[in-house]
Write a protein of this length. Structure first.
Lengths: 99, 146
């Protein structure tokens, strides 16, 4: 299935400066694998060291978060768009309780 | 280099003070140019970490998209994020690093006992190993007498 993958601005430098790429893939996971296969430097920003999608990386198939579908096993069809949408998180060090 | 004018800096400090003792957060909208990355507007956001707002902030995907739309409407790019560290230095934590995205500028303002203090800017290294300090150049606000 021909799917379009939209690359967020923060990651375009690792994907040949492209805003989107196209792959043939049967599932979202397959498309992501092709993406990181073609652009290996993306992998560390999308996945943890043990191979899970990072918590602040949100993957949408068309307008639906894949967490609410079949996650990386979500099937795709011709013309689908996969979007990588950041969450932003951070904060100071852990507050120490007064003794 | 991050180019920030006094109005923008004052706004970030003000948000930090207003939301103290919780972390404030928001998007920075601007443009990348030959001189550096200029922040031209802010898009304050709600800290979605209800469970631990004193030392954590979270901007959801929906909030991210709202910030992107705001940037587009203004003819700007979404160039980075600001947040505060209540009673902590304006230095990125390990938690900041673990959750950061490359390319963006991350401004941190330290707020000590409700008073804004240091403001710094950082960018994540491409290999995610560390944050690198980003110099802040102070620009004159539009309309100000030079």
């Amino acid at each position: 299935m021909a799917v379009k993958m939209e690359i967020p601005t923060a990651l375009r430098q690792f994907a040949g400066k492209q805003a989107s790429v196209e792959f043939n893939a049967a599932t979202v996971g397959e498309a992501l694998k092709q993406l990181t296969g073609a652009y290996a430097d993306l992998r560390k920003h999308l996945y943890t060291e043990d191979g899970r999608i990072r918590s602040f990386v949100n993957i949408y198939l068309n307008d639906e978060d894949i967490r609410y579908l079949q996650k990386e096993n979500t099937p795709t069809k011709d013309g689908d768009t996969i979007s990588i949408v950041p969450s932003i998180a951070g904060g100071a060090e852990v507050i120490r309780e007064k003794s | 280099m991050l180019i920030v004018n006094a109005d923008i800096a004052q706004s970030i400090r003000g948000y930090g003070a207003k939301d103290y003792p919780n972390e404030t957060c928001g998007a920075m909208l601007g443009v990348d140019g030959e001189e550096g990355r200029e922040v031209r507007a802010l898009f304050p956001l709600t800290n979605r970490r209800d469970d631990s707002p004193r030392n954590r902030f979270s901007i959801t995907a929906d909030d991210f998209r709202a910030a992107e739309r705001a940037a587009k409407e203004k003819g700007l790019d979404l160039v980075g994020w600001y947040h505060s560290h209540p009673d902590h230095p304006a230095k990125p934590s390990e938690y900041d690093r673990e959750h950061a995205w490359p390319w963006y500028s991350y401004v941190i303002v330290s707020v000590a006992s409700g008073e804004p203090r240091d403001m710094t800017s950082w960018q994540l290294a491409d290999d995610r190993s560390a944050f690198q300090p980003e110099e802040i150049a102070w620009a004159v606000p539009p309309g100000a007498i030079k």
